[in-house]
Design a protein around this ligand. Structure first.
Ligand code: CA
Ligand code: ZN
Length: 303
């Protein structure tokens, strides 16, 4: 299987970067990724003072996908996420949205055997892992976007739905798409309020193909149980309006629901959630249950 090691990282999505890997559509490939601190923190004594801040949020890539042209909707299948090292979390006063954090600290955590071991002052917790990819995207049409910033191109969306088995849909803006990802979390809650999840180096197995559904507004996610529109903006209000509008658009123009039915069902069984509120733009998503659409005759993309 074609594999790109974590020697091939970049810090801004850009159409100007040379592709480091070329894959065919539907070909499985592997990207090895650093954690969001470029694997610099390896014990509880490693502090942020020792950190090279130029090496935050590396993504591995870029990968050129054969046949992809600007305007194409690219479907990225996340097949597998395997950890290749310990997880780490930091508290950083002034970062994140927990105003009571005053002391910097580092915690290295074991993530083997399907559980994240969290040592607290009151006891040890074994939390089931939920691997997800924080940074995942394509090159923007013009200029570059730092890997720490989310947007229309994807990027640092920190959306916990982007895990094993999920499909992420993004619109390509350049030839080949120039895909990259990194910033895997062994576990993270919605909002990422501290500013990090359980940051973990990983080996990510993926495939990519073109989806013939030009009307789909992206980023968009499909899991076993939900469809989700994802939107990032400077304010939560702008972000949630965009996510809601994009889901409504999907339900009416692609899934075939009437305006009133789509609105009623979005309000009855849809869920608006924060992905993260700590990056340069906030990211929200609107989830809609797949089984409702199945019951109403929508068989999925391309069916
Ligand atoms: Ca992140
Ligand atoms: Zn992260």
């Amino acid at each position: 299987m074609k594999t790109l090691s974590k020697d091939y990282t970049f810090y801004a999505f850009s159409g100007d970067l040379p592709a480091r890997l070329h894959v065919s559509q539907n070909e499985l490939f592997v990207l090895e990724s650093c954690d969001c601190f470029s694997d610099q923190l390896n014990s509880d004594q490693d502090t942020l003072d020792s950190l090279d801040w130029d090496k935050i949020n590396p993504a591995t890539g870029p990968v050129a996908i054969a046949g992809v042209k600007p305007g194409d909707i690219v479907r990225i299948d996340i097949q597998k996420i395997e950890f290749t090292g310990r997880s780490v979390m930091t508290t950083i006063p002034g970062s994140g949205v927990i105003s009571g954090i005053t002391e910097p600290s580092t915690r290295v955590m074991d993530n083997s055997d399907g559980v994240l071991t969290v040592v607290t002052d009151k006891g040890v917790l074994s939390l089931p892992i939920e691997p997800m990819i924080g940074v995942i995207g394509l090159a923007p049409a013009e200029g570059s976007v730092p890997t720490g910033t989310p947007g229309k191109h994807g990027g640092n969306m920190d959306c916990k739905l982007i895990g094993e088995g999920a499909k992420l849909y993004l619109e390509a803006a350049v030839d080949g798409g120039l895909f990259g990802c990194g910033d895997v979390h062994a576990l993270m809650g919605d909002g990422e309020v501290l500013v990090c999840g359980a940051e973990t180096p990983a080996r990510i197995t993926l495939s990519a193909s073109i989806l013939n559904e030009p009307k789909l507004r992206t980023p968009f996610i499909e899991t076993d149980s939900v469809y989700a529109s994802v939107a990032s903006a400077a304010t939560t209000e702008d972000a949630y309006k965009m996510a809601v509008d994009n889901m409504f658009d999907f339900l009416t123009s692609i899934a075939g629901l009437s305006e009133g039915d789509a609105g009623r069902l979005m309000s009855l069984v849809g869920n608006l959630k924060f992905c993260q509120v700590v990056d340069p733009e906030v990211t929200v998503r609107f989830e809609f249950p797949k089984e409702i659409l199945t019951e109403l005759g929508f068989k999925g993309f391309g069916a």
